[in-house]
Design a protein around this ligand. Structure first.
Ligand code: F6R
Length: 609
């Protein structure tokens, strides 16, 4: 977690660094700080809480100079506080350091450094690194960082400046993301591209195990042993404005409304209704491999894991390949049973989620093929996987994932149909119907957005509820889980999702007068059974909001309120059903006065295990 920005050049360093950090606040916002070399000294400002607190501090005590580093923190080791905020400094004040990641052997290093006289000011793992730099410093910052790299274990992106070297920044990347922005007479380093996009579109994506030395006029890259590395410039083509709020009060609402476009972009060129086929040329898995595949393990976290649960149903129903869906942080340590013909699919919006990457690496080390479904082209997941399907959702800024989820579903549906066609598991007519339905998904999403006023009114009424339940059967249950997660993470209302038939085995005890229940009834095959379960909660006094397809007037006889959604193929229905659930979470959070885009305790990209 955490976001890093470094700058060397003629501009106002505070504007570049603080402006860059603002674009990275999705990576954490427990505290922020900046250090600059000004008049031969390192000037430091840091503050607990939002970036605005740091800005206020900088108004009172401005910082100048031409080289600076900054940090926005998501606390791991040590509570959010001024002391624990980065940058950190050594005892002599010669160095300043920012860090994203975890130094795993920090306790033993800390003891060693205290024994040799270093005084610590914070509770962080990071501070050991800056004292280690001081301890090992031999007059050459670059060489010192090579030596430091040999002493620390864990995941890190480190950026360091020294008043002895006011004309350079040294950056080191091991497992935590880092990019370099190439300018003219200036250079940048950051955790992610949006931080530098205002100034440059020429990027070096730092690979795992690389370091760099930046001056105003040069960027040189090396391995962690100091061997030079030749880098290719990656030209960013996406628009900086697309990462802004675009008139919506929150990124989340903007991103919910971007879903028709995001789905269209993800399907573009990949579905051919005329030919009745799916084109996934970029996948790079040949037909023989697809035919030989005997099982699939999907690994992911959070919302991406929920997408995997929908993907399982789609792949099993269409392609008849058995699928396990695993939580990445559990999978890695579960000694999973896989055959040589097992495909591992890692789903990750950011492509930087540490748990998912760890699971991928584990399975790659066992010789298995790993396919990544990710939204970030240059991400670690995309670079490390054998095969990649990119979701074209565009940058997702709100912490609560919305358009990433629906585009992940679109990608999984494409994959399911592709596998089914290659394996001969789907007839011509069924394939045709499915491909037409897929092609129509952007219009479905568009029409679902029209339910927003109705959801808004419901959310206003129930925003003060203590608990909410989401129920559904089959693939509707998979989408209920995502509805409950969304509500919890941004409205802070306790929510649980249940397979509708399971309630009577315990949870029904929690259904009392007026408790809101959201019932998803989008599967014609399971419809009557689902209604029976809705009747059970109604009998205990629940207030039920039902979701069903347009034309199904029957549900209104049982529930208190109905949201009608466009009819689509039942397997694709989660993509329609999830949008009202996203809107429900959004409006409830707004009604409760919560910070929708930056919910408490959460960060967008979870780069620690
Ligand atoms: C919830 C949410 C998280 C992420 C999870 C995985 O709204 O966004 O649950 O889905 O942290 O992130 P990625 O997909 O980037 O691996």
């Amino acid at each position: 977690m955490c976001g890093i920005v470094g700058y060397i050049g003629p501009r106002n360093v505070k504007d570049v660094v603080v402006g860059g950090l603002a674009k990275l606040e999705y990576r954490g916002y427990d505290s922020s700080g900046i250090a600059a070399i000004d008049d031969g000294r390192i000037e430091l400002a840091k503050s607990v809480g939002r970036l605005s607190n740091l800005e206020a501090r900088l108004e009172e005590h401005p910082i100048g100079g031409h080289v600076a580093i900054g940090h926005t923190r998501w606390a791991t080791h040590g509570k959010p506080s001024d002391e624990n905020a980065h940058p950190h400094q050594d005892c002599s004040g010669r160095f300043a350091l920012v860090h994203n990641g975890i130094v795993e052997n920090y306790l033993s290093l800390r003891e060693e450094l205290i024994a040799s006289g270093h005084e610590f000011r914070s509770e962080t793992d990071t501070e050991v690194v800056v004292h280690l730099i001081e301890e090992l410093y031999n007059g050459d910052l670059f060489q010192t960082m090579i030596a430091v790299g040999k002493r620390i274990r864990g995941a890190y992106a480190l950026v360091v400046i020294s008043k002895d070297h006011p004309d350079q920044i040294v950056a080191v990347r091991k497992a935590s993301p880092m990019i370099i922005g190439l300018g003219d007479g200036e250079n940048f380093v950051a955790s992610d591209i949006p931080a530098v996009l205002q100034y440059t579109r020429d990027i070096y994506v730092m690979e795992d195990g690389e370091m760099a030395v930046l001056t105003r006029d040069s960027v040189e890259c090396f391995t962690l042993d100091g061997e030079p590395v030749a880098k290719e410039v990656y030209k960013v083509t996406w628009d900086a404005v697309s990462a802004e709020r675009g008139g919506y009060p929150h990124f989340m609402l903007k991103e919910i409304h971007e879903q028709p476009k995001a789905i269209r972009d993800t399907l573009r060129g990949r579905v051919n209704p005329d030919l009745g086929s799916v084109t996934l040329d970029e996948l790079g898995i040949d037909a023989e491999t697809v035919k030989a595949m005997d099982r699939i393990h999907i690994v992911a976290c959070g919302t991406s894991w929920h997408a995997g649960l929908v993907g399982k149903v789609a792949i099993e129903q269409l392609a008849r390949i058995p699928v396990n869906v695993e939580i990445a942080s559990e999978y890695r340590y579960s000694n999973p049973i896989a055959t040589p013909n097992t495909l591992v699919i890692a789903i990750t919006q950011s492509g930087e989620t540490a748990d998912t990457l760890a699971a991928m690496r584990e399975m790659k080390a066992r010789g298995l093929r790993v396919l990544a479904i990710t939204n970030v082209v240059g991400s670690s997941a995309a670079r490390e996987a054998d095969n990649v399907i990119v979701t074209w959702a565009g940058p997702e800024i709100a912490v609560a994932s919305t358009k990433a989820y629906t585009t992940q579903l679109a990608a999984l549906y494409l994959l399911a149909v592709h596998f089914a066609q290659v394996r001969g598991e789907i007839g011509e007519q069924a394939a045709h119907d499915m491909i037409n339905a897929l092609d129509n998904l952007p219009q479905v999403a568009e029409a679902v957005l029209d339910t927003a006023p109705q959801i808004h009114a419901f959310a206003q009424k129930y925003a003060e509820s203590k608990d909410t339940f989401f129920i559904g059967r089959g693939i509707d249950y998979a989408v209920s889980l995502e509805g409950a997660l969304k509500l919890k993470e941004i409205s802070y209302i306790h929510a649980e999702a249940y397979a509708a038939g399971e309630l009577k085995h315990g949870t029904l005890a929690l259904i009392t007068e007026g408790v809101p229940v959201v019932a998803i009834a989008m599967q014609p095959d399971l419809y009557e059974k689902t209604v029976s379960n809705i009747v059970e909660v109604k009998a205990r006094g629940a207030f039920v909001l039902g979701l069903t397809w347009v034309g199904n007037e029957d549900l209104a006889k049982t529930v208190d309120e109905v949201i009608y959604l466009p009819k689509t193929h039942p397997t694709l229905a989660p993509l329609a059903a999830v949008i009202p659930l996203q809107l429900l979470a959004y409006y409830a959070a707004v009604a409760r006065g919560n910070d929708v885009d930056k919910p408490r305790n959460l960060a967008k990209s979870v780069t620690v295990e």
